[in-house]
Ligand binder design. Structure first.
Ligand SMILES: [Fe+2]
Length: 362
């Protein structure tokens, strides 16, 4: 029996019929196994594989319907052809419904038998091929899923790496800005620690006002750099103890615009920060400088910085005076709320008791 030989299992309790079928099929080159039925049918089917089963319906021990059910359940791709006497036609229709490939009437004509077997085997080959394709498809799906999984893992690792690098860059950036802010502060030694307090309190007030992470980053830079323009202010004016005359005042007031211009010209990407720096001496009622902006025209960051700037300037010690007590400063802030300062920011600052942070920030 070569590898191409199709194996057919014949189950019928009539020995003469089995013999006839065996002779016909062997002559056609099929490999034939026969059984008279009973429990051995299941053993034979379990121990070998068949390309086709031909099975009688009416048998004394195990009837054809049970064998049909067994084949359908355990050998999905093996077709089964049922054999039936003339009177069993109703039963034959029933078993077709249960998954038999076809049925043949007894006595079986040789031509009918051969045609049915050939059709059944073509059908079986299609089922087998179909199953192989399904399997290949499933394997390919798994392969693709695996690929997607690997790629996602790689991308996640890259994202973490990028986030880390971004964090490092951000740290470096803020350190640089801090150094710049301290340089400005060095020109006016009486405001020691002012920039850092501005930074901490402004970010806290911004958070209380509902600013998002990006807006808070911008606010942090702006708070550190708000007096950057003082770099251009004459030290005699900057450190003058006592009132400034009109010229000196004008010279001093230029620092808001100068700071904005330095940032716009010299630091790409800092445009929003620059606008806040330029507007940090605007008043809520439109009486500030340099542009006399009013209410919502003033960037929210600048309105926040104004509140914190006034608080810190008044509570800090100066060589010519002691810092004013917090309670008095808060009273004063309420006085200018709505005129100089944004009342919403003043309320938030007082309600959240942000002044308590000042010792940590100093
Ligand atoms: Fe200022």
């Amino acid at each position: 029996m070569d590898l191409q030989t199709r194996k057919i299992f014949i189950i019928d309790d009539e020995e003469p019929l089995r013999k006839v079928l065996n002779t016909h099929l062997t002559k056609e080159g099929y490999g034939v196994t026969g059984s008279a039925g009973g429990a051995e049918v299941f053993d034979i089917m379990r121990s070998g594989s068949f390309d086709l089963v031909i099975c009688d319906i009416k048998m004394p021990e195990v009837d054809g319907a049970r064998i049909l059910e067994f084949v359908r359940t355990n050998h999905e791709t093996t077709p089964i052809v049922m054999l039936t006497g003339f009177t069993d036609i109703g039963v034959a229709i029933e078993i077709m419904k249960k998954g038999a490939f076809d049925y043949l009437m007894k006595p079986v004509r040789k031509d009918d038998l051969m045609t049915t077997i050939r059709r059944a085997l073509v059908h079986r080959d299609l089922l087998v091929r179909n199953k192989e394709l399904e399997l290949e498809n499933r394997e390919y799906q798994l392969f693709l899923e695996q690929k997607v999984h690997e790629r996602t893992k790689e991308l996640n690792a890259k994202a973490i790496e990028l986030e880390r690098t971004y964090g490092l860059l951000k740290d470096t950036n803020i350190q640089f800005i801090n150094a710049l802010a301290e340089t400005i502060e060095a020109k006016d030694p009486y405001t020691r620690g002012h920039c850092n307090r501005m930074r901490v309190l402004s970010v806290e007030l911004g958070r209380a006002a509902g600013l998002n992470a990006e807006e808070l980053d911008i606010l942090e830079y702006a708070a550190l750099l708000h007096d950057l323009g003082k770099i251009s202010v004459n030290e005699g004016v900057l450190n003058k103890q006592g009132a400034l005359n009109d010229d000196e005042s004008r010279h001093m007031m230029r620092h808001a615009e100068v700071g904005e211009k330095i940032l716009l010209d010299g630091m790409p990407g800092m445009e929003t920060v620059a606008r806040i720096v330029g507007a940090h001496h605007e008043n809520f009622d439109g009486t500030g400088y340099p542009k006399s902006l009013k209410g919502g025209e003033i960037p929210v960051g600048a309105r926040i910085i104004s509140v914190v700037d006034i608080f810190d300037a008044m509570t800090s010690d100066r060589p010519y005076r002691k810092g004013i007590p917090t309670a008095d400063v808060i009273k004063e802030m309420r006085q200018v709320s709505g005129t100089q300062l944004d009342p919403e920011m003043v309320n938030l600052f007082i309600e959240r008791e942000l002044h308590r942070l000042i010792h940590d920030a100093a």
